[in-house]
Design a protein around this ligand. Sequence first.
Ligand code: UD1
Ligand code: CA
Length: 458
Amino acid sequence: MSSDVTVVILAAGQGTRMKSRMAKVLHRAGGRALLEHAIVAAKGVAPPERIFVVVGHQAGAVREVAQAAGVQTFEQREQLGTGHAVLCGESVLCGLGGRMVVTVGDCPLIRAETLKTLVERQGESKAAAVVLTAEVPDSTGYGRIIRNRDGVVQAIVEHKAATDAQRAVKEINSGIYCFDSAEFWRHIREIGTDNPAQEYYLTDMIEILNRAGLLVTATKISDPGELLGINDRVQLAEADRILRDRKTREVMLAGVTIERPETVTIDPDVRIGMDTIIGPFARITGKTVIGEDCRVGACAILHEAVLGDGAEVFAFSMVSDSKLGTNAHAGPYARLRMGADMAAGAHVGNFVELKNTRMGAGSKSMHLAYLGDSQLGAKVNVGAGTITCNYDGKRKHATVIGDGVFVGSNSTLVAPLAIEDGAYIGAGSVITDDVPESALALGRARQVVKRDWKRKES
Ligand code: UD1
Ligand code: CA
């Protein structure tokens, strides 16, 4: 990263074709807002204090995303064109010197490496401007790169203003440039609005710098796919698919098996250890961290989860803001949420919900249970159908269960409640009072057997 590089990210437009109440750059693809992708790429070439997002449409919400990422903003109140957008930052940008990269907020596939190459080209050539270009089969709508007979870049002509001969040019402007800041600010006021859209076109700078006798060059991008700009929700879905594909490839190349990777969603900040196996349609989001030799079953959903080595989340389970220790198992059809924490070797089975509950090492709850606001010691066995009644209609109460406790099936544990080490709860009990160590608690009606009852009736 060079400390003399400034990046300006144009993000003031509305994005009408999204047909949305939300500004285009706030829409998400690949687990991030479009603008966040642009910021991540920018951070590859400039320090955060030299990255500026131009905000305009929904300035407040867009600024929040920029600030959360630690970068700067300035406002373009009226969207009078891409040249005008940069000009709005004159007071903060002009004094920075060095090089200035201008990029856009709606091209989420651009890689940091690509911006680095652009900056390097400027460094080698000392050009006043280097334009990032691409050869595309259909150049409709893009600005065309106009070169002279010697191949020297002369100008960029916008589609609307281009002649038929110019429209035939397949080399297009990406909308991404690296300028020599001093030359840029010396000449920016020469741009006007003499074009069909009557906008201040940033692209006019190419001809202006040429006219001033300065060197202007272009560098062609190796993968034109990176330039996919998002204008509508079909392109948003396409960008999402490509970004998800990049992440699953990265994860697989780092030693993780993914079955049917095209169906799996993994957010960019997720980390997964070697020899873990991910099933089809899994969705792993937020800052989830998965250890080595884990298994994530088909259709499992993990959000902000932490899995120790060897942990397994079976099919159709949901784990959010929760932890599974080494070799802990959950599911199929388990739900862990709000700080559930399973120690090493703990198991929960189908239709078990843990909310804000800690299970000690080796404890088990294999079927149909709700454990909320609870602390379970080690080697506890929770029978099928057990419910902690943690809510009295006003407040939540805790259930504390000691080591080696056996809770019989279909028990109702009315909190606040403490069940001490080694205690037994008879099946079907409603437990309202604390149970001392090693005691047996029965909280149910004694069975009554009336002999020959049916015969007497008739
Ligand atoms: C622009 C280029 C075109 C290039 C294309 C690549 C110009 C004049 N044209 O055209 O040569 O081929 O990008 O995709 O620059 N924006 C502002 N404020 C404004 C206007 C735009 O912030 O006043 C932002 C938009 O939010 C967007 C970006 O600038 O993120 C590009 O603007 P857009 O109107 O999409 O330009 P294009 O017509 O695509
Ligand atoms: Ca555009």
